[in-house]
Design a protein around this ligand. Structure first.
Ligand code: NAD
Ligand code: MG
Length: 384
């Protein structure tokens, strides 16, 4: 029996995790669930899985949560500090599925405690990968990748020193074959309509710009300890092959699976064992073919920006991530166009100096400064 807490329990990854937990009551017992503002959904989920504790990050949602849990015996709490405390409570594994840099502090709290972390929250590694991996090494916490591509690599990993190259696949998103003119006029509804995966709004937009694959290269750098030039991206529209490792002898191992996050979540949750999942099985004969192509960094400049940030290191990935979060929110709110997302990120990177990040305070300062800069570029572009 593993005791489990889920950070971001009301999101797409959080709900997939709860689905697996409900199907395996003899294997998992839920301690804490957290969410940002949706008290009603959080209380429902906490009651359904028998959690001991439910926490909303937004203090404004506290009265609603308390009312919804009255008489259930489930403890309710609110605020960012309470989310971090829940993350640091004693359990066997924490599923980190908060979206954005907001997930960094709670995820780091779990890592520092020495708890195994099943990590979906890629932005935590993008902003503060060096701090996270150092904290994991110090506490002995295992970082188990949930992001499907990284989970694929984790499944086929043999020995790091024999790896020549790691390739992450990308579906190419809804605009894989679109021309720049089409992308210029793309609406939020079109951008979040992912061809192969069903995900939260932010990561869906990141998939449409290919920033998601850029963030994942940075994530892979921290998870797998390879050089940036050993990391590669391959467009693969069917999302069947999720990740490949080429070894020094020329052999390539790949992981294949249906495009359903319950597969990588199940792997990380049950690791080193495996559990059953209800996902639709791969039918390669019905599929008939698998296609691969080079990524186009001219139509998708966000990928090149992320690759440059990874190569430059220091605060650059953190600045890239913060500017991207601001730009994606502005795009989803209808304030800027689709192509402005990478534009705002490029402007912000160009305007900010590269400074080293030694502590969590340095990360917070770089993140805040980049958000302020990006917000001013959003205003400029919204007025243009
Ligand atoms: P989502 O938007 O569906 O859910 C986000 C969750 O985080 C919600 O529970 C929300 O309440 C919580 N949250 C948001 N802001 C918060 C804040 N400021 N403080 C505390 N909690 C907050 O997102 P998602 O699609 O489930 O993605 C979650 C993470 O997993 C992201 O980092 C994403 O990149 C990664 N990921 C998702 C998928 C997927 O299939 N959805 C695949 C790979 C990786
Ligand atoms: Mg992914």
């Amino acid at each position: 029996m593993k005791r489990l807490s889920i950070l971001g329990a009301t999101g797409s990854v959080g709900r997939s995790t709860l689905d697996l937990v409900a199907r395996n009551p003899e294997r998992f017992r839920v301690h804490a669930l957290t969410a940002n503002t949706d008290a009603a959904a959080l209380a429902e989920a906490a009651k359904a899985c028998g959690a001991a504790l439910a926490v909303v990050a937004d203090e404004g949602a506290w009265p609603a949560l308390k009312a919804a849990l009255a008489g259930t015996g489930i403890e309710a709490a609110a605020g960012r500090a309470a989310v971090c405390a829940a993350a640091a409570a004693e359990v066997d594994i924490v599923l980190a599925a908060i979206v954005g840099a907001a997930g960094l502090e709670p995820t780091l709290a779990a890592v520092r405690r020495g708890t195994a972390v099943a990590l979906a929250n890629k932005e935590a590694l993008v902003c503060a990968g060096t701090l996270m991996t150092a904290a994991a090494a110090a506490s002995g916490a295992a970082l188990l990748p949930v992001d499907s591509e990284h989970n694929a690599i984790f499944q086929v990993l043999e020995a790091k020193e024999r790896i020549a190259r790691i390739t992450l696949t990308a579906s190419g998103g809804p605009f894989r074959e679109a021309c720049l003119e089409t992308m210029r006029g793309a609406t939020p509804a079109a951008a979040v309509k992912h061809p192969t995966w069903s995900m939260g709004a932010k990561i869906s937009v990141d998939s449409a710009t290919l920033m998601n694959k850029g963030l994942e290269l940075i994530e892979a750098f921290h998870l797998f300890g390879v050089r940036p030039d050993q990391l590669d991206v391959l467009i693969h529209p069917q999302s069947v092959v999720h990740g490949l490792i080429e070894f020094i002898d020329g052999s390539v191992l790949a992981q294949l699976g249906p495009a359903d996050m319950r597969v990588p979540i199940a792997h990380a949750l049950a690791w080193p064992e495996r559990i059953e999942t209800p996902v639709t099985r791969l039918d390669l004969a019905a599929l008939g073919r698998l296609d691969f192509a080079e990524a186009d960094r001219t139509r998708f400049p966000a990928l090149a920006l992320a690759e440059a940030a990874l190569a430059e290191g220091a605060c650059r990935p953190c600045v890239l991530n913060a500017a991207n979060e601001v730009a994606v929110a502005a795009f989803l709110a209808g304030r800027i166009g689709f192509l402005d997302i990478a534009g705002v990120v490029a402007d912000t990177l160009a305007a900010m100096p590269a400074v080293p990040l030694g502590s969590l305070d340095d990360v917070d300062a770089a993140d805040a400064a980049a958000r302020a800069r990006a917000a001013s570029f959003v205003v400029q572009r919204a007025a243009a």
